[in-house]
Design a protein around this ligand. Structure first.
Ligand code: B12
Ligand code: SF4
Ligand code: SF4
Length: 308
């Protein structure tokens, strides 16, 4: 039987070995500060048609309601910042996070390994692994655990590693040593708010999801609203503008996860190639990619919208 401190150290060291950028831990408890903010966001319909955001309100705010007997939330960051970007400056743009294999698969595997390690090294620990899709406020937990602060663009960021990473967590019934939040370093900067092509950052620290290019190009199933014509800044899947302009991302270092490397032809595709993309090419370059989420029809809808 190791001490709580030793267990905490073992987990953090293994997380690093598995390739996570960093690991921070919080007590599993009700997120008091987030509750009224989430409620107001939903009441103002800032989730648009993302109906899944309305589900499991109580569980989303309290991991002990999501995972029985849970004691700790172990937050993990995985870098996706690529070393190269699309070559044709005129090509419709693809968000950096979607270049390679769907992060859900990549992270799930790493989380499984970390959970197996905990069970081997520490003993009978129960818990569940989460990445993105579950009713968990990923950013709030990572911030509570000191991995960064939530910026005015509402992404988690830090002075050391910026914001181009995914967040995942293990929620476990093991007592551990807890980390503390770090200071917000946004200061008087408003670069992200000023640069957002659709004015989706409606207040500092508040994104109206229903106005975000990422929502339109990935989540919206209907036709794209004609009022937004010409406002997408050439993004065909997701949008990186608020992160690209953030001064703290000047220090981003490339990831070293081979599965996040794009298909060799993807970055070479020209504007014309994208406009003429076929179902076969789509299937090849986006095999196992998160872009599959919009399907061929969604991506071509987006490309068409940028063209007209
Ligand atoms: C729904 C969702 C979206 C929606 C809504 C965006 C949003 N900001 O929530 C859409 C589709 C638009 C979206 C877009 C993107 N997303 Co997204 N998304 C999610 C998801 C599934 C849930 C987020 C959530 O709970 N939102 C609910 C609202 C209420 O939360 P919030 O916007 O953070 O709001 C908080 C603040 O407004 C704050 N607040 C409110 N009022 C006030 C007032 C003050 C004074 C303060 C301080 C705070 C404050 O409290 C709210 C509650 O915590 C998470 C995964 C997860 N399970 O957490 C990924 C996630 C947030 N997305 C992620 C990413 C990468 C993106 C994109 C960058 C993708 C892209 N390149 O296109 C963009 C970025 C857009 C942006 N600027 O936020 C990552 C973020 C990683 C990081 N470094 O932070 C996550 C965590 C996925 C993951 N597991 O890695 N996303
Ligand atoms: S992702 Fe793009 S559209 Fe969405 S808030 Fe950031 S800059 Fe605005
Ligand atoms: S661009 Fe400026 S205001 Fe926006 S998150 Fe980065 S530091 Fe904060």
């Amino acid at each position: 039987m190791h001490s709580k401190r030793a267990n905490t150290q073992l987990i953090k060291t293994e997380a690093k070995r598995l390739g996570f950028l960093s690991c921070g831990i919080s007590k599993a408890e009700f997120l008091e500060k987030e509750a009224p903010r989430l409620e107001s966001w939903l009441n103002k319909n800032m989730h648009g048609e993302m109906q899944y955001m309305e589900n499991h309100f109580d569980k989303r705010l309290d991991p002990t309601k999501l995972v029985e007997d849970s004691k700790s939330v172990i937050s993990l960051l995985l870098n996706y910042f690529p070393s190269e970007t699309q070559k044709d400056p005129e090509a419709p743009k693809l968000s950096k996070y979607a270049f390679g294999t769907d992060y859900h698969f990549v992270i799930k595997d790493k989380l499984k390994n970390l959970m197996a390690f905990i069970q081997e090294e520490i003993g009978e620990v129960h818990g569940r692994a989460f990445v993105d899709s579950a009713p968990v406020l990923d950013k709030a937990w990572a911030a509570k655990s000191g991995l960064g602060w939530i910026g005015k663009h509402t992404n988690l960021l830090s002075q050391q590693v910026g914001s181009f990473y995914f967040i995942a967590e293990l929620i476990v019934d093991l007592d551990l040593n807890y980390d503390t939040p770090i200071t917000d370093h946004c200061g008087s900067c408003t670069a992200c708010i000023d640069a957002c092509p659709t004015d989706a950052i409606v207040d500092p620290y508040v994104v109206d999801g229903s106005k975000c290019i990422s929502y339109f190009t990935i989540e919206l199933k209907d036709n794209l609203p004609s009022t937004y014509k010409g406002k997408f800044d050439n993004w065909m899947f997701g949008c990186d503008v608020c992160q690209d302009v953030c001064p703290w991302n000047r220090f981003s270092k490339s990831h070293n996860e081979p599965l996040f490397n794009p298909h060799p032809e993807l970055l070479d595709m020209t504007k014309k190639d994208w406009e003429e993309i076929t179902q076969v090419v789509f299937g090849t370059i986006f095999k196992k990619s998160a872009v599959k989420r919009t399907k061929f029809s969604g991506l071509t809808r987006n490309i068409q919208f940028l063209k007209e």
